[in-house]
Design a protein around this ligand. Structure first.
Ligand SMILES: Nc1ncnc2c1ncn2[C@@H]1O[C@H](COP(=O)(O)OP(=O)(O)O)[C@@H](O)[C@H]1O
Ligand SMILES: [Mg+2]
Length: 272
């Protein structure tokens, strides 16, 4: 369980200080897929990066399984980070390392013996469907394959929590659905709690059990995904739903059937 209590985050100090998260109160339950939805600059990445202290809160408290982690340093911080996997929009793979050695990297940091590192990495590559790609380099893989490597690497230390920061935003809609399916499977089969940041309504709809809508550094509403999207209260969520509906309308052919598997219709035209 991840609990935020009156959490604040400012960048800069003194007269330059700029508060980007104001008073975050939120509980993410064990084993759920929790979505953080909001437009660019809303504070989503900052919020999620406080969970592994890539960003330090400037006020309030964060508890993980009841333990206050807000001030963690040294060994405690290292331990915390090893139990939290993270994946990103741009995959962030090591270009000079093979697929296998990308996945063994966190195990090297943790000081695991080589045979154990390789065995575990091979098992994870099977899990993500890349067992035949162990000796390739990232540049020899598609975007979807690169994200699978990143997912395997994020799982290397058997984390309980995985943070996904716009993990499908650089992928086309078919690949997005495949990666979301994989993440769902990891959530269900391995019991990993997923915190999914997205600007995409369809990604949130596809994978999240609950969603918090964030705007201007505040959580403006939060709830079970289906309920939240059926009865949005905030203007910002209403507008997001209206624009997605309009986009879906445009994607419908003359028989009224959706064109293609547009799970991510509002993202069309983005970088592939
Ligand atoms: N390292 C930083 N220094 C100063 N301001 C930052 C930094 N990182 C993010 N911000 C600001 O914080 C706000 C929220 O950013 P971010 O969390 O990246 O939003 P999102 O992920 O929702 O697009 C933005 O106004 C951004 O400019
Ligand atoms: Mg971001």
């Amino acid at each position: 369980m991840i609990e935020f209590e009156h959490m604040k985050k400012s960048y800069g100090t003194g007269a330059q200080a700029h508060e980007v998260l104001h008073d975050i109160n939120l509980t993410i339950r064990d084993g759920e897929v929790f979505g953080i939805l909001g437009s660019s600059g809303a504070g989503k990445s900052t919020l999620v990066r406080t969970i592994n202290l890539l960003e330090r809160p400037t006020g309030g408290t964060i508890l993980i399984d009841g333990q206050d982690i807000t001030g963690a340093t040294g060994r405690e911080l290292k331990e915390l980070r090893s139990k939290i996997g993270m994946i990103f929009q741009n995959f962030n793979l090591f270009q000079q390392r093979t697929v296998l050695r990308n996945v063994t990297f966190p195990l090297e940091l943790a000081g695991k013996p080589k045979a154990q590192r390789v065995a575990r990495a091979e098992r994870l590559l099977r899990l993500v469907g890349l067992e035949d790609f162990a000796d390739r380099y990232p540049s020899q893989l598609s975007g979807g394959q690169q994200q699978r490597v990143a997912i395997a690497r994020a799982l290397a230390n058997e984390p309980k929590i995985m943070l996904c920061d716009e993990a499908t935003s650089a992928l086309d809609s078919t690949t997005t659905v495949q990666i979301l399916d994989l993440l769902r499977r990891i959530n269900r089969e391995l019991g990993v709690t997923l915190v999914v940041i997205t600007h995409s309504l369809s990604v949130a709809r596809n994978i999240c059990d609950r969603v918090a809508m964030i705007d201007g550094g505040d959580i403006v509403e939060m709830g079970e995904t289906a309920e939240l999207f059926a009865h949005p209260k905030s203007d910002i969520l209403k507008a997001l739903i209206a624009s997605a509906d309009e986009q879906n309308g445009r994607d419908e052919d003359k028989d009224g059937k959706p064109v293609g598997g547009s799970a991510d219709a509002e993202d069309d035209g983005k970088e592939r």
